[in-house]
Design a binder for this molecule. Structure first.
Ligand SMILES: NC(=O)c1ccc[n+]([C@@H]2O[C@H](COP(=O)([O-])OP(=O)(O)OC[C@H]3O[C@@H](n4cnc5c(N)ncnc54)[C@H](OP(=O)(O)O)[C@@H]3O)[C@@H](O)[C@H]2O)c1
Length: 309
């Protein structure tokens, strides 16, 4: 049986593993920490050391890993280096043929570096993969829809509010609210990703989109389903450019400092008004019409409509 390994046991990694367990593949989770195998699950947990390429190569061969899906949270030089080392180990491993780098966002290109310098980590991984003998694809779902259903929906993502906080009936929207945002629920992305494992050829970018929406449309649906008139502010392009953004009300469980919240909000606002989430129409999701991803309206209905009563 083909063995698929998922590196990183955070929000995205756990979701992909859940979907893999419904497939025909053997599933291995690679993690920095030792985890006991759960006898009720067929997942095999393997501890790896990201700073030791030779030992990682051995582990990949020992477990006969054919395809590696990275779900490492790229948040620093250190995490980026971990992923580069993992790519090198996969390239050296005799059993490993395919690699999906941790992206799961918009199409990161060098012309966006002035907006978001951390894009370099994603570009480095892609460059490294291009030079390797591995087959690879960069998986692009746009924004994860989960953020607008928290805390009502099933999700492994960390809580955070972007733009509209439906629970409190408030919104701090970047620009005029009419930028198109492609969105996908994490579980739908994982379904598509597992389907793509069966394809013989992979495109450079595997774009999977659940729905396209604007903040103003989400706001309209949220007001309809909750029966509340939201308190809304719009940040101008000048405010966003200057980093002088309005941080939306955050859900419980967010422990970032107010400076960090402002920085994250400013970054995502700059990306949004630059239309990075308006993804190209050439989408791999179109190859899988049997998958019926949640639309934003269905997703918000599931999360918020019942709570009206
Ligand atoms: N488009 C969107 O809306 C969106 C939203 C969220 C995330 N994402 C993307 O999805 C990807 C995964 O995000 P996530 O939220 O699942 O990340 P996360 O929960 O922050 O972290 C994922 C895992 O990375 C591993 N890790 C942490 N530090 C590491 C290090 N130094 N070296 C190697 N591994 C390390 C950890 O797994 P172990 O402890 O098991 O080693 C951790 O659980 C990222 O590329 C992120 O940008 C996109």
């Amino acid at each position: 049986m083909v063995v698929i390994a998922v590196a990183g046991s955070g929000g995205v990694g756990q979701t992909i593993v859940e979907k893999l367990l419904q497939s025909q593949f053997d599933v291995v989770v690679l993690s920095r920490s030792a985890k006991q195998d759960d006898t009720s699950s067929r997942v095999r947990n393997v501890q790896i050391k990201y700073d030791d390429i030779a030992s990682m190569t051995q582990e990949l061969e020992r477990h006969n890993i054919h395809t590696l899906i990275s779900a490492i949270g790229l948040v620093s030089e250190e995490t980026s280096q971990s992923q580069l080392n993992l790519i090198e180990a996969a390239d050296r491993s005799a059993s490993t043929k395919r690699f999906i780098p941790s992206e799961y966002s918009f199409i990161q290109t060098s012309d966006l570096l002035s907006i978001d310098p951390s894009i370099q980590w994603w570009l480095d991984a892609a460059e490294f993969l291009k030079k390797s003998s591995l087959q690879y694809t960069r998986v692009i779902p746009g924004f994860f829809m989960d953020y607008w259903g928290m805390p009502k929906v099933k999700t492994h993502l960390q809580p955070f509010t972007f733009g509209i906080d439906i629970a409190s009936g408030t919104a701090a929207i970047p620009g005029d609210g009419n930028n198109v945002i492609c969105m996908t629920y994490t579980y739908d992305l994982a379904t598509y990703l597992v389907k793509a494992l069966d394809l013989d050829e992979w495109p450079e970018f595997s774009i999977f989109v659940g729905d396209e929406v604007t903040y103003n449309q989400i706001l309209g649906i949220a007001e309809e389903f909750t029966g509340k008139k939201f308190k809304v502010t719009y940040d101008s392009l000048e405010q966003i450019q200057a980093g002088n953004v309005t941080v939306p009300t955050q859900p419980e469980g967010v422990d970032s400092s107010s400076d960090d919240l402002k920085e994250i909000t400013a970054l995502v606002s700059r990306l949004t008004v630059n239309n990075v989430f308006d993804l190209p129409k050439d989408r791999l999701s179109d190859q899988f019409p049997e998958v019926k991803p949640l639309t934003v309206r269905e997703f918000l209905h599931n999360a918020w409509y019942q709570s009206k009563a």
